[in-house]
Ligand binder design. Sequence first.
Ligand SMILES: Cc1cc2nc3c(=O)[nH]c(=O)nc-3n(C[C@H](O)[C@H](O)[C@H](O)COP(=O)(O)OP(=O)(O)OC[C@H]3O[C@@H](n4cnc5c(N)ncnc54)[C@H](O)[C@@H]3O)c2cc1C
Length: 304
Amino acid sequence: MTDFPLLRGTASGPFETVTEALGVRSKQNEPTLSFEFFPPRDQEEAAAQLWRSFDALMEVSPDFVSVTYGAGGSNRETSLAVVERMAKDVMTIGHLTCVGGSRASTAETIRRFEDAGVHSILALRGDAPKDNPEALQTGELKTALDLVKLVKETSELEVGVAAFPEIHPESPHMEHDSMVLALKQAAGASYGMTQLFFTVEAYIDLLASAKAAGATLPIIPGLMPVGNAAKVVRMAEMSGAAIPVELLNKLDNASDAEARVIGMDYSIKLARDLVDAGAPGLHIFSMNLSKAALEVARGAGLCR
Ligand SMILES: Cc1cc2nc3c(=O)[nH]c(=O)nc-3n(C[C@H](O)[C@H](O)[C@H](O)COP(=O)(O)OP(=O)(O)OC[C@H]3O[C@@H](n4cnc5c(N)ncnc54)[C@H](O)[C@@H]3O)c2cc1C
């Protein structure tokens, strides 16, 4: 028997940490459902769209949500404001990057996330901002591992870390990434969350490699709904994720309306395959839009 309601979500959500949500859902033989948002870039319309989407996605009672953070802290204040508002309604993960930062300023940001009501930090290195390409060398915290340690030293927060089904672009091979993941787990990270990817095989390979390296933490796949094919192809190029040629060919010859149907069918099948492959949850990249994210969540049978 669990003390937690079987329905997802109450006013403030039933879970305090991602690890707890994963544990309880796993006992119920269900994956967690969660969504990623990004802080709006100042225009009023972008903010209105974010909150419209957030409200729509809260209707399906996700277990938690996450909010991205600009590398170098470019959008720190907006990110903190968004996180603070979301955390009143649902468990919220604050993404945090450390590239170019000092230990003291990053520790201060960790404290502010804690004050904003966040219980979990996704500890990331980030990439060097275009206007500060030296940041990877000049910052005091060189890798996400340093950030995991800092969060653990300075707060009570739970820590999650990034995982890469298609290998981090700077890594020589997946075994290297897995060794790094194991180090992060040993330093206190309790869950992983993946970069976008497009085949269930990539996720299965990542799990096998992580396990072989001793990284046993649950790894939640991040899933990008292919609602707007052009946008997703651009994001895939930026992240280094390979879109299967077969899907690309189908999208190439399709009208916009046909491309949406093809893309969404593909995303829903991928979501189902991931759940069948034992994924402990699905983290859907909403892009601050609700329609495609809801279709995937519903299609994968994760909404009640
Ligand atoms: C789920 C998810 C969410 C993300 N959210 C954001 C966000 O909100 N904002 C943002 O700016 N970026 C975000 N990113 C992108 C991320 O910042 C970049 O992918 C970045 O290049 C790497 O981040 P990392 O945390 O994996 O870094 P690291 O773990 O530091 O890894 C970077 C490279 O260094 C290597 N490395 C690290 N530690 C060691 C070690 N001890 N020994 C040897 N090699 C090592 C790794 O193998 C890798 O090649 C996200 C990525 C994911 C997967």
